[in-house]
Ligand binder design. Structure first.
Ligand code: HAM
Length: 447
């Protein structure tokens, strides 16, 4: 039997009802904060990720789904020759399924010259991302992110700490409004480009005498990109990493002030956080503020979301100066965390229409059509079912009411409506039916 590929999964009802409710809430919150949706392609030129996320990160060095494009290169020969059988060569362009969406957003910002508008671009996205990680609970090879970015020219205020605080405050509101309880915000500053260079140098020196005790990845990274040593998960390296210099000791005046301003604004609006100096995040483009929100219901993969500032990213992709800050929520993990709190969706089907007896299907379909157009959620049976079978199917469908459509009902223009929770049965005039089905509020059904 063919099955979904390892690390991918089908999302099925009723779980998808919870996914949709979360996404509807996200769109509602985004609108209130003046974010607008961007949709970038699911695959991009591989270089986009190696140059932004960084060659030495786990994501780029181990986890990307990359292939060589086999479409024909645009032929440099006249069309007639191609038609008569001259073979074009493969373009050989290296393409990659996006492992994250910030790089794609910044590429689009540069490509469409969004900076020329002179305002901040507040962009959000919801969509699948792909990383070849070892699958486990909360970690998949195809997973979904809900993310947002604020990016723009410095003249529009893109460097201001108010936007770091705005993003964090929005996240706190969003998580509260989707109903996630007991999240924790961890905050850090990895410094500006100058601070980073000094910190990297300090790490390189501190690591030199220790490297022979460390894993092969650390030995290589200590040279190429020492900050990535802090991402190492090898247990025997952890005590060594704990004792390495801390990034806060290498922050310059400007970075320290920026970070202090973010913290002060969070204090003012009453958002609790803890500072975690080891949190450098697994992507190279970050500068200054970085953060993660964690949740206890997730086990080992406890980060519901992560993000931070990336003031030099646009320039490293040959774009204009365009500081930015953003985040991505792991939607799979957010749903798991909500489910760990017992979150489910209450059924929404109001009525099951049961045609009773031969020739009643057209009447049932007509009534269903009218009620649906009047805004009632309705499902239908089939005239071949006996009444008992219709009741069973209505129960299974999770309907609140069953509406019987028999010859007598159609002739009289009034229908027998039974409340499946209370077993109460009433006759309702056709004209009042939609209002009755929508408004009556019976006791919740026992499952
Ligand atoms: P990230 O920390 O790599 O950041 O991913 C963000 C979130 O995506 C993680 O906190 C986690 O919840 C979820 N996630 C990552 N990998 C997986 C996986 N294999 N399975 C399930 N969930 C996963 C970024 O991607 C940055 N682009 C965030 C950002 C936006 N920074 C600035 N702007």
């Amino acid at each position: 039997m063919l099955k979904a590929v390892r690390g991918t999964r089908d999302l099925l009802p009723p779980d998808t009802d919870l996914w949709n409710r979360v996404e509807a809430k996200v769109r509602d919150v985004m609108e209130r904060y003046n974010f607008h949706e961007i949709r970038t392609p699911i695959f991009e030129d591989t270089q986009l990720f190696s140059r932004s996320v960084g060659e030495e990160t786990d994501i780029v060095s181990k986890e990307m789904f990359t292939w060589e494009d086999r479409s024909r290169a645009i032929p440099a020969v006249p069309v007639l020759e191609v038609a008569s059988g001259t073979r074009g060569r493969f373009s050989g362009q290296s393409l990659t399924l996006r492992p994250e969406n910030t790089a794609g957003v910044v590429r689009a910002y540069i490509e469409h010259r969004l900076g020329d508008k002179g305002t901040l671009q507040k962009l959000y996205y919801i969509g699948p991302q792909f990383r070849r990680e070892r699958p486990q609970k909360g970690r998949y090879r195809q997973f979904y992110q809900i993310g947002a970015e604020i990016i723009g020219p410095p003249s529009a205020g893109s460097e201001s700490p108010i936007h770091d605080a705005e993003i964090l405050e929005m996240l706190a509101t969003l998580l509260d409004e989707v109903g996630l309880r007991d999240w924790q915000l961890q905050l850090n500053s990895v410094g500006g480009a100058d601070d980073r260079a000094r910190y990297n140098q300090a790490l390189r020196e501190a690591l030199k005498p220790l490297l022979h005790q460390m894993c092969a990845d650390c030995q290589r990274r200590a040279e190429t990109n020492p900050l990535r040593v802090l991402d190492c998960k090898v247990p025997k390296d952890q005590p060594i990493i704990e004792k390495l210099p801390k990034v806060s000791e290498y922050l310059g005046e400007a970075s320290r002030e920026h970070f202090a301003a973010v913290g002060a604004m969070l204090d003012t609006v009453g958002i609790p956080y803890t500072i975690n100096e080891r949190m450098v995040r697994g992507l190279d483009y970050y500068t200054r503020t970085t953060f993660e929100f964690t949740h206890g219901g997730l086990g080992a993969q406890s980060a519901v979301l992560g993000g931070g500032r990336y003031d030099g990213l646009s320039e490293s992709l040959e774009g204009p100066k365009a500081p930015g800050i953003g985040f991505a929520i792991g939607e799979d993990r957010l749903i798991l965390a909500l489910q760990s709190q017992g979150e489910t969706i209450v059924e929404k089907l109001r009525a099951y229409i049961a045609p009773l007896g031969s020739g009643m299907n057209p009447h049932a379909l007509k009534l269903a059509r009218e009620l649906r157009r009047e805004g009632v959620s309705v499902d239908i049976g089939d005239e071949v079912f006996r009444l008992k079978r219709s009741f069973e199917l209505a129960e299974k469908a999770g309907a609140r009411f069953i509406v019987i459509v028999g010859e007598n009902e159609v002739a009289a223009g009034q229908f027998a409506v039974k409340n499946l929770a209370t077993a109460e049965q009433v006759q309702v005039q056709r004209a009042e039916l939609a209002a009755y089905l929508k408004d009556s509020n019976p006791q919740p059904r026992k499952s």
